[in-house]
Design a protein around this ligand. Structure first.
Ligand SMILES: C[S@@+](CC[C@H](N)C(=O)[O-])C[C@H]1O[C@@H](n2cnc3c(N)ncnc32)[C@H](O)[C@@H]1O
Length: 473
């Protein structure tokens, strides 16, 4: 680092004695930043490089607040909010977040696209995929396919499919040494060359994932050149179609078109961001980022743009079924859901439904072929069929707006009943009833106008349906 940073080294070193910056990102799928700032009780300071990110004070118990349980904000290290701002996802895009767990950047992508198009979010580690599922449910993301696959499988099943790809690569974590002492220890076993090899193996399949004009962001939280700049060069060398997109930023140290986030220069931890566009055709002046030398066909180019798949018809609602999953795909709302919907919902759910092992899902708008993929979640889990009745899921509650449901109890975040709900305790009928009209059956339990989950009213009693694994400790 001394060689790399020269005169800045002392400042870099001193940055390790300053406190870690703690950040949260507002979930704009559920609430606007303005509305959030009105109801959030603790002081916040904007993070310069993203409109929905804020620093909070470490001493404030932000992860204990009911609004956190309502999925109104996600705790994210400030620098980690930057790669998605460079990727700049657009509404309707088909996006792959290849190394996604626990899912912070996937949630940010969904905020950018307003949960439109299709977000394919993947991680190779099955335990960590569970965290993506939880976060996707909590933050109300619906147009999503969550996978637990390796890069080869995804490239084989969904070749040349994506408009944008984020590779937030597994890395030696040097940039996180201040925040996480475990990262220092882990470095011993995940040193730069070990990680660089892993990264090359991931990047190797990228030529099979991209199509013309696919934009890609490669990010890490390390300072190591073999894991950063060298990997960008590796990708360029794999296929002449990859052209560097010059990252521009008012906030970060940008050299040769890639961005370094240095902990002594910004209020955040160490990060690296590089960006590429895939253009196998003639060099496109309009992109405004290319150097002439980038247009030269490389001799070692080994990939060709394969024709787009026949079934890639935009806007189609048809979804192919995974033969192994024994799933039934239906365009009509299943009967059990229909009667639930008539009794409880203020608006009709429409789209394509999937019934798989008694579970009912509303599938993403965007057609996708999932045959051969290891799917952890496909679309929005609405609920389960139990004894010929529909029982709504926690994910269903979290994907609704308060106005969508007929029976609602909406309590202030300061209410003891909200705390009891989140702890899975018995609720007081009269106290809850004071904030809604409790009628027999399911009721959406909300705080400050945002759903937390379901309760069920039976014979003057309230059954708390908040799942055990979601409860506040
Ligand atoms: C830096 S973390 C990702 C953090 C995540 N993007 C976020 O913002 O929450 C890197 C992840 O890559 C995953 N990973 C490692 N090798 C992988 C591979 N070959 N394919 C997919 N994921 C992989 C790890 O399990 C790890 O969860």
């Amino acid at each position: 680092m001394k060689i790399k940073l020269g005169t800045e080294f002392e400042a870099f070193l001193a940055s390790y004695d300053t406190p870690v910056y703690t950040g949260l990102r507002v979930n704009t799928l559920k609430i606007s930043v303005e509305d959030f700032l009105e109801i959030f009780p603790y002081p916040l300071e904007p993070i310069e490089w993203t409109e929905d990110g804020f620093y909070y004070r470490e001493e404030d118990p932000v992860t204990k607040h009911p609004l956190f349980y309502a999925g109104l904000y996600y705790i994210q290290e400030p620098s980690a909010m930057s790669p998605v701002t460079v990727l700049n996802p657009q509404s309707g895009d088909k996006i792959l977040d290849l190394c996604a767990a626990p899912g912070g950047k996937s949630l940010q992508i969904a905020s950018f696209t307003k949960d439109s198009g299709l977000l394919v979010t993947n991680d190779i580690n099955d335990k960590r995929v569970k965290a993506i599922v939880r976060n996707v449910e909590k933050y109300g993301v619906k147009n999503v396919l969550i996978l637990n696959d390796d890069q080869h499988t995804i490239a084989r099943v969904l070749p040349h499919y994506f408009d944008r790809i984020l590779i937030d690569a597994p890395c030696s974590g040097e940039g996180m040494f201040k925040k996480d002492s475990k990262a220092v220890k882990a470095w011993a076993s995940y040193a730069n060359e070990t990680c660089a090899k892993m990264q090359r193996e991931i990047l190797e399949v990228v030529p099979d994932l991209v199509k013309e004009n696919t934009e890609l962001v490669y990010s890490t939280c390390t300072f190591s050149e073999v894991e950063n700049e060298a990997q960008m060069l590796y990708l360029e060398a794999l296929d002449a179609g990859f052209k560097k997109q010059y990252v521009t930023s008012d906030f970060f140290d940008v050299k040769n078109g890639v961005a370094h986030l240095w902990p002594h220069l910004i209020k955040g931890e160490g990060h690296f961001i590089g960006s590429m566009i895939y253009q196998n055709g003639a060099c496109n002046e309009a992109v405004g980022i290319g150097n002439n030398d980038q247009c030269v066909e490389r001799k070692n180019s080994r990939h060709f743009v394969k024709p787009q798949r026949q079934d890639e018809k935009k806007g189609s609602n048809r979804v192919k079924k995974d033969r192994n999953a024994r799933a039934e795909i239906v365009n009509e709302m299943p009967t059990v859901l229909k009667s639930f919907s008539e009794q409880y919902l203020n608006q009709v759910l429409s789209g394509t439904f999937m019934i798989e092992r008694e579970k009912i899902y509303l599938l993403p708008e965007q057609e996708v072929d999932i045959k051969g993929l290891h799917v952890a979640r496909y679309g929005w889990l609405l609920g389960e069929i139990k004894r010929d009745k529909f029982v709504p899921s926690q994910a269903f509650a979290m994907g609704l707006c308060m106005a969508d449901f007929k029976n609602v109890a909406n309590l202030p975040a300061s209410s003891v009943q909200v705390l009891k709900f989140l702890k899975g305790e018995t609720l007081d009928y009269d106290e809850v009833n004071a904030y809604g009209t409790l009628t027999k059956g399911f009721c959406l339990f909300c705080t400050e106008g945002y759903p937390l989950g379901f309760i069920k009213v039976e014979q003057g009693l309230i059954k708390n349906l908040y799942p055990i694994s979601w409860r506040m400790m």
